[in-house]
Structure formats: C-alpha cells, structure tokens
Design a protein around this ligand. Structure first.
Ligand code: ADP
Length: 417
C-alpha cells in the first residue's frame, strides 16, 4: 500500500481508538443515561463516518423495538416510533444475534420503509450490531448512510464495542433505578412504621392515663392484700407508660437541625440531671451509681434536654442490663475539642458483633420472644441520633458477654472553653 495511504489508515485507527477511550471515560464520569447514549451515538457516527445512528431497545411486552437514543440530542422525531421485530433490519439483527451490513437498502425487503416515509429521510446503507446484556440481546445499535464508501470490518468492530458500552450503561441505569425504587419503597415503609407507632402511642396514652389515675386513687384506700394487688397494677401501668414514652420518642431518631436548641451549658448539669433521672431505678436494684461529673465550669455546646435524654437512655440501660447490687460509673474526660463521657457497668456485657448493631432502631441482643428485659429497642438509636446531630460520636465497648460494658459519647466543648 502507498505509504501515505498507510499512514492515513493508521491515523484513522488511532482516532477511532482514541474516541472509544473517550466514551469509556465519559461512561465512568456520568450516570445520566440519556446524555450518555447520545454521546455514544455521536461517537458511533463519527468513527464509522456515517450520517446518523440510533439505539433501539426491545420492549419485552410487545416484542417491538423502540428508539432510545439517536445522534439527535433528544431523539426528536423518532421518539414514539416502533419498529416490528419480524419486518425490519433491526429485527433481523436481534433474531439472528449478529452484525448486519447492508450497502443498498433500496431493494432489500428487510428494510422497514415506514420510518423513512414518516421522516422524509432516505436510508441508503445500514450497519447494525446487537446489544447484549449477559449474552441476552436487548437491542440494536445502528449507523446509517456511510458518507464515503461502504461499511467495513473496522466499522463493525468499533460499533460492536460501542454497543457493548451502551448495553453496560443501560444495565447500570436499570440497576440504579431498581436501587432507587427499592430505597423509595423502604423509605415509605419506614414512614408507615413511624406513623403507626406515633398514632398507636398517642392512642394508648389516654386510656393508660385513666388506668394510672384510678390505680393511684385505689392505692390510697386499699389495705392488706388488695394494697399489694393495687401496687402491682400501678407498677405495670408505669412500665406501660415507659414503653409508650419510648414509642413517642421515636421521632427523635429523625431529628432535624431546627429541633435542636444549642446552648452553652455546663456538662456537670447534664450529667447530674441524667443521674437524678436514673437514681430511682438504681435504688430499686440495690445498685451503686458513682458519678464524677468533672469540673462544674466545663461548658459544652449542647441542647440540654436532648443530651440529658441521650445520657439517661444509656444510664437506664446500664441499670437494666446489670444485676442487682451492680456498680455503674459515670465519668467525664476533657479532650482538646470535646468532652468524653463514659458510662461503665459490670453487667451482662456485649458480644463484639453487637457493639455497633445495638445502635440500630429496634435491635436488641436478646430474642424478642424470650427476653428478660423490657424496652422496645429505641433508646440507643435515639441517643445516637441526638449525639450525632451535635457533631459527636457514641459507641460501646465490652470485653465480652458477662464482663460488663462501657458506653462512650463525645460532646463538643463550647467555643470559649
Ligand atoms: P432497649 O433497652 O429498649 O432494648 P436500646 O436501644 O436502649 O433498647 O438498647 C438496645 C440493646 O442493646 C438492648 O436490648 C441490649 O441488648 C443492648 N444493650 C444496651 N445497653 C446495654 C448494656 N449496658 N449492657 C449490655 N447490653 C446493652
């Protein structure tokens, strides 16, 4: 071959490969299917020196092909046009699962003339290749009207590569769409669950208020054995009230910034408030609560009410999951930008695989059907939501089941501190 022609052919190959690499780069940088397929089609037409080109996908319900992309950015006039599988070149490519080159469509019976008539266009030559996802043909990539000469082997090779890139892009988009749909469904379910709990807890409050009211009233008058019965009734009603309280608190799991009232507050006040809230439970189990609330002047940037709630939840758990007579210790430590609060108990401890899962909503280590402790598994999820909204962290450590646990939370120091 003439050296200059050889040079030109080589240059064309380099250009085509360069373009194919570009398509790969664009594929990696965009997730939007429409613009990506359009870019693939423009590249296909340019590399093969064709007038135009399109991608058609099979509609599995109707067994027809429909256009999803062309060299025209919005697929323009081709949108909505369907191509029959049994009477078209694209259909032949699908059925025979191989590339088809037609140099002159004028006397080819496979050509579906309806589109040319509709668009006032003349299809003279066609190169089409099947698009496959995991060996299954899902559509066709076609380039139309070679501007000079005939479609050749190199054109078939290049369009085959582009067709597989388009197939991957379509598959990815479908997967993303599936994930997004599943995510939406989950969010909807989650909302339904939250709504149900909110409604149920609200509806349970009123009758429980009546039970508690009458039980307290009866307790004042009861004597002997009936006094014991009434106090059991009252205890159970109080337990029920705590559960309903927990259910109502579910809304704290999805705290928004506007629900947090950040102030400069003394950490010692928060620690004392949480310890006070827990003291009655500690006494009931003959446990010891040791509190070192640190320097009373140490200020943190926090919503007093919410952080007290988070710490109270952790403390209540320490009491709940520690036997009678156990020891619970609260301490604080100053770090450069935050305060580290720890709650240590010598209770039932945690297996390594549970130390992070216990912060998930409704997760409880014990089997729900045989569990010995009450609660609905929201305390730590709420504590985590609160602490994270403050820009802090919360985590648990334990040497293992039976060896107690320590819960840590960090709370940002107030600026002047
Ligand atoms: P609840 O206490 O209502 O079950 P939480 O969200 O407060 O819900 O706690 C989730 C689970 O974490 C508990 O059911 C328990 O299995 C485990 N857990 C929490 N605190 C402790 C602790 N101090 N020691 C051992 N296990 C704990």
């Amino acid at each position: 071959m003439d050296p200059s022609l050889e040079m030109q052919a080589l240059q064309e190959r380099v250009d085509a490969l360069d373009r194919l690499v570009q398509v790969s780069l664009v594929m990696n940088s965009t997730l939007e299917l429409g613009p990506l397929l359009h870019y693939i089609m423009i590249s296909a037409a340019e590399i093969t020196n064709a007038q135009t080109g399109s991608i058609l996908l099979i509609d599995e319900n109707t067994d027809e092909l429909h256009f999803v992309a062309t060299t025209d950015p919005d697929a323009g006039a081709l949108k909505g046009i369907v191509v029959p599988l049994d009477a078209s070149i694209a259909g032949t490519i699908v059925r025979e699962n191989r590339a088809v080159v037609i140099d002159d469509t004028s006397d080819d019976p496979r050509h579906y003339r309806h589109i040319d008539d509709e668009l006032n266009f003349e299809t003279r030559s066609v190169l089409g290749v099947p698009m496959r996802i995991k060996e299954r043909v899902v559509g066709v990539l076609e380039v139309i009207n070679k501007l000079e000469g005939r479609f050749n082997e190199a054109d078939v090779r290049h369009t085959t590569i582009l067709a597989s890139q388009a197939a991957v892009a379509i598959e990815n988009a479908k997967l993303i769409e599936d994930i997004q749909r599943a995510n939406r469904d989950l969010q909807q379910l989650n909302k339904l669950k939250s709504d149900f709990i909110a409604i149920a807890s609200h509806e349970l409050r009123t009758p429980l208020g009546v039970v508690l009211g009458y039980a307290s009233f009866l307790q004042e008058e009861a004597e002997g054995a009936s006094s014991d019965h009434v106090s059991r009734l009252l205890d159970s009603a109080m337990q029920l009230r705590n559960i309903i309280e927990d259910m109502t608190n579910l809304r704290y799991v999805q705290l928004t910034d506007s629900e947090i009232n950040l102030e400069t507050v003394a950490l010692a006040d928060i620690v004392d408030a949480a310890a006070n809230d827990t003291q009655a439970l500690v006494d009931a189990k003959n446990q010891t609560l040791l509190v070192d609330h640190g320097d009373p002047q140490t200020m943190v940037e926090a919503d007093h009410h919410l952080v007290t709630m988070a710490l109270t939840n952790v403390l209540n758990n320490a009491v709940k999951f520690t036997d009678q007579g156990g020891v619970i210790q609260v301490s604080v430590e100053r770090r450069p930008r935050y305060m580290l609060v720890s709650v240590q108990d010598n209770g039932i401890g945690l297996a390594p695989e549970d130390t992070s899962r216990i912060f998930d909503q409704f997760y409880q280590v014990e089997d729900p059907l045989t569990r010995r402790h009450n609660g609905i598994g929201l305390g730590l999820a709420i504590a985590r939501a609160i602490i994270q909204k403050h820009g802090g962290r919360i985590w648990a450590e334990s040497p293992g089941q039976g060896y107690g646990s320590t819960f840590y939370m960090t709370i940002p120091l107030a600026r002047e501190d």
